[in-house]
Design a binder for this molecule. Structure first.
Ligand code: ZN
Length: 219
């Protein structure tokens, strides 16, 4: 079935719902590993990227590889695939997307998920890049903070993304200063977990992200 297109915005991405029990939905649920005590999954959508966006993502990968090839120190993963990682992006859902089978997008400023599906990712004010996490847990904690800021308990969305991390700058000290320079790196570490996994990552270029699935859950 062709993904539905929307009239309220000209979406960068279209979504179709994966029904409960479907094998791809089970896999997404497994990837997200939302524990019962932190909420329950309401719906899962597969994201259909428009051709232009897919091409930008692949072009970005090539740019990262070319850049990596020019560095004196070689980073094998960057040279191979641009250092692609599976990451989580947490945001809010203020509209009825996912309720009673709804897949309509809204244009409310408060609705984080529809903004991304309509306009794509962007670097928010006060941030140095697009923020993603290695676990759904950290992404959910981030949404909780957002909810506190807007002083509303809205529904939440996790976007499962493919991210071309490229050359990663760590540690993150002085990253604001570093971000202004044309250094040979593509993303910055915010925080590492106790196993030294990069839990929080900032991608300097929004083209580095390609959303694959949207999981809507209620805390
Ligand atoms: Zn919305």
């Amino acid at each position: 079935m062709l993904p539905k297109l929307y009239d309220k915005c000209s979406p960068m991405y279209a979504v179709t719902e994966l029904v409960e029990g479907e094998s791809s939905r089970k896999i997404v649920e497994m990837i997200c590993r939302i524990e019962n005590n932190s909420g329950h999954i309401e719906s899962v959508f597969k994201v259909h990227n428009i051709q232009k966006r897919l091409a930008e993502f692949e072009d970005y990968r090539e740019t990262v590889k070319i850049k990596a090839n020019m560095l004196s120190k070689k980073y094998p993963r960057c040279l191979a695939d641009g250092n692609e990682l599976l990451r989580f992006y947490g945001t809010t859902v203020a509209c009825s997307l996912g309720l009673n089978g709804s897949s309509s997008l809204c244009s409310m400023e408060i609705c984080g998920i529809c903004q991304i599906l309509c306009d794509g990712f962007s670097v928010q004010k006060e941030s140095i890049g697009v923020f993603t996490t290695s676990t759904s847990e950290t992404a959910i904690a981030y949404i909780d903070e957002l909810n506190e800021i807007i002083n509303q308990s809205v529904r939440c969305a996790l976007i499962v993304c493919r991210v071309i991390a490229g050359r990663i700058r760590r540690p993150s000290e002085n990253f604001r200063k570093i971000a202004g320079q044309s250094g040979g790196f593509d993303s910055l570490v915010g925080k590492v977990d106790r196993h030294c996994n990069i839990d929080e990552l900032y991608s300097l270029n929004p083209e580095a992200l390609l959303p694959c699935f949207v999981v809507i859950y209620r805390p």
